[in-house]
Design a protein. Structure first.
Length: 243
């Protein structure tokens, strides 16, 4: 594979597994120095070791803005920021504790906002930010109202930042994954509930299958390298939103 990211420094939150790990591995294979961040130190260390010398593991809980600040203090330059960290919280609107929804936003929304806040001052002209939202911004999913609101908020933030940061030469886009296998996203659903949701969802996807993390990484690589794409939400969903 052509190493077109040689000399680039990429920070990937949520990099210990699933989509974040796949993106970090793809960027490293194209020559980038990859900093993987996650709140799971052991899995993070294993992920970085599997990628090789081009990956560094820095344990970080993105729901804690002070930890996010420390993550970026060690770098003079950041060329690519990808924010994949987060969990999922399901529940009926009248039974899900508000505190759980607020905690959910602390990691998956404000964690991405904090990462951009501390990364932007270190990003030169030609840099790229890739946020991660989700299918729930476009498709109504019952018992996931907090997640739907969050994904929509991330998409709106991506568009606003794209306009705000364009004069600095920084591009901003968001990836919106659909049903992706092997993401190991932490949620408050049982294993049986997750499997039932996945089975019923496949029937609604035109391609009739779940996606793979490496397919989301392909989309991230495109956004990291195409210099004329900004302010876009890339749906990686097998045609779910088109059906």
């Amino acid at each position: 594979m052509e190493e077109i990211l040689t000399g680039k420094i990429a920070v990937v939150t949520g990099g210990s597994a699933g989509i974040g790990y796949a993106i970090g591995r793809r960027f490293a294979s194209s020559g980038a120095k990859v900093i993987l961040a996650s709140r799971q130190p052991q899995r993070l260390a294993t992920a970085a070791k599997s990628i090789g010398d081009s990956a560094i593991a820095i344990p970080t809980d993105v729901s804690d803005s002070e930890q996010v600040q420390r993550l970026f203090e060690g770098f003079e330059r950041v060329d690519i920021l990808v924010t994949c960290a987060g969990a999922a919280v399901f529940g009926a609107i009248d039974t899900l504790p508000v505190a759980e929804a607020q905690s959910f936003f602390a990691g998956r929304f404000f964690g991405q906002l904090a990462a951009a806040h501390y990364a932007v001052p270190k990003m030169p002209v030609g840099s790229a930010i890739i946020l991660c939202s989700g299918i729930a911004a476009s498709v109504g999913l019952p018992y996931y109202s907090a997640g739907s609101a969050l994904c929509g908020a991330v998409n709106s933030m991506a568009r606003a930042l794209a306009v705000e940061l364009a004069p600095k030469g920084i591009r901003v886009n968001a990836i919106s994954p659909g049903l992706i296998e092997g993401t190991d996203i932490q949620s408050n659903l049982s294993k049986e509930q997750v499997e039932s949701f996945a089975e019923s969802t496949r029937a609604r996807i035109p391609l009739k299958r779940a996606g793979q993390s490496n397919e989301v990484a392909d989309a991230a690589f495109f956004l990291a390298t195409c210099g004329y794409v900004t302010g876009q939400i890339i749906e990686v969903d097998g045609g779910w939103t088109a059906s």
